[in-house]
Design a protein around this ligand. Sequence first.
Ligand code: DGT
Ligand code: CA
Ligand code: ZN
Length: 583
Amino acid sequence: MKNRQIATVFDEIASLLELRGENPFRIRAYQRAALNIGALARDVAEMTDLELRAVPGIGPDLVGKIRQFLGTGRVDLHEDLKKEIPAGLLVILRIPGVGPKTAKTLYEKAGVRSLDDLEALTREGKLAGLPGIQKKTEENIRRGIDTLRKGRERHPLGRAMPVADDIVRKLRAKAPLGRIAVAGSIRRWKETVKDIDILATSVKPAKVMEAFANLPIVQEVLAHGTTKSSILTADGIEVDLRVVEESSFGAALQYLTGSKEHNIKLRDMASRAGLKINEYGVFRESDGKRIGGKLEGEVYKSLGLPFIPPELREDTGEIEAAQGGVLPDLLTVEDIRGDLHVHTKWSDGAHDLDALVRAARRKGYQYIAITDHSKGLGVARGLDEKRLREQIAQIDEANRTLRGFRILTGVEVDIRGDGTLDLADDVLGELDIVIASIHSGFRQSREQITARLLSAVRNPLVGIIAHPSGRLIGERDPYDVDIDALFREAAALGVAMEVNAYPARLDLSDHHVRMAKRYGIPLVISTDTHVTANFDYMEYGVAVARRGWAVAADVLNTLSCKNLLKRLRSGRNPDVRSLRRKV
Ligand code: DGT
Ligand code: CA
Ligand code: ZN
């Protein structure tokens, strides 16, 4: 799937145009197109021109550029711009926090030509003092380089997963396959992955290897064997494919799913029980007799264990829980009854209410909450009190004609730099749901950030804190917050924490979900939908919650609409509660 690459090209065009000081609207158009293509669930190569033009921000000109990329692997405008601008600058532009202006200074005033140049300068402390570069900027750049390098080693799940799915789909169509499954860290839904591990069975393994090596996505064949091959995709992700015997598929899937730590502990248990487990099956030590391996469950069964869901296989207590018969009955996507973080055209979303409601109903939901940005976020066309009230009226109107579905009124109110909320309490009191979140001042001190979040949590009108850590996987580190202090207060006041399912966020992280659970904090899992296709990200959020051992009872949007509203309102200050509208 080339979506990611096209998005990157458009992003680079935007940066290059900005370096040239071009029209901001033109720049914004490319950025917007990049964002929306990156968010598409479908392969652009499989879409018609008409379908492409239905993507927000994509006009005939951009359709032409997409076609050009699909046909030739490049876009003329991009190539022309790159010729004008030195290659080293492009790399520097990819550092989180470095915009075109800084890049230009670095290039012109400090002679920076590569990432290594820049790293050396930051090490020597020679950046601060250049025009427009403060001590703090230097620190940010140093951190940005680290983040960039880390991001290169491991790939965000949101990038690797669609690639894995695409390969499986194409192999199914082109090769004589029996079974096929994605294993490794992807099957465990780990937030970043080193590579993609795929396992298959076939009566003609050589044919499968052949088809694999010739997939359109292949940039380089790293190894081509009779039952095992590796390729590098155009996005720079390594993919390993193995073909095994039908009778070993379960054992191989268990082995390759890992984690390594989980497997090591299982093998220890096996040897103490006089068994041997490897990727070929389960064997009795005494006589070497094979007692299982075709099905993955047989591996666990042979040790007297129930099946352990892949998301839990990290050796963080799941084997002991399985032994004790207390494995959690994990939340599933089917438990989710609605999405509580959705943007519309009123702010930076792409659709109106109708389209969102239709898409949500297709997902089988009973409700969505409309939570556009507040006025402080100018770039996102955030709503002020007046427009928010207009939107509430429009939603009330829409709800009158809906049957078996309800649109909840809400807002994603910005927590300002000083901890105050971006909208007045009286309008917040008119809403069904108030989400509060931080969109600026990421570099504030731990004390400041924590105080901001605590004051939002303490506002009795706030029901949910969205993307509580502020990180963007591989792009931006979380802000510095005392998460214990935040969770303690949220638990005491019954404020929910969001698991933001947007693949670049996954925030809360799995680790924080488990922590939140220990604190007894209610969770919500939300997609932060900006285009209807984003609703499908729910799967990622649910997976993160599962990795944090969450069950349906931990998650508010598994409740019916009525109970959800009751829960969001209970335990809060009754004076303020009376401000709210009747359910
Ligand atoms: P990553 O780093 O995101 O690729 O994570 P994994 O878990 O996919 O790791 P990978 O690709 O190195 O190996 C795939 C699976 O193979 C791993 O989850 C468990 C199994 N495995 C790999 N090396 C070992 C090992 O030394 N001992 C055992 N018991 N299992 C291993
Ligand atoms: Ca792997
Ligand atoms: Zn949002």
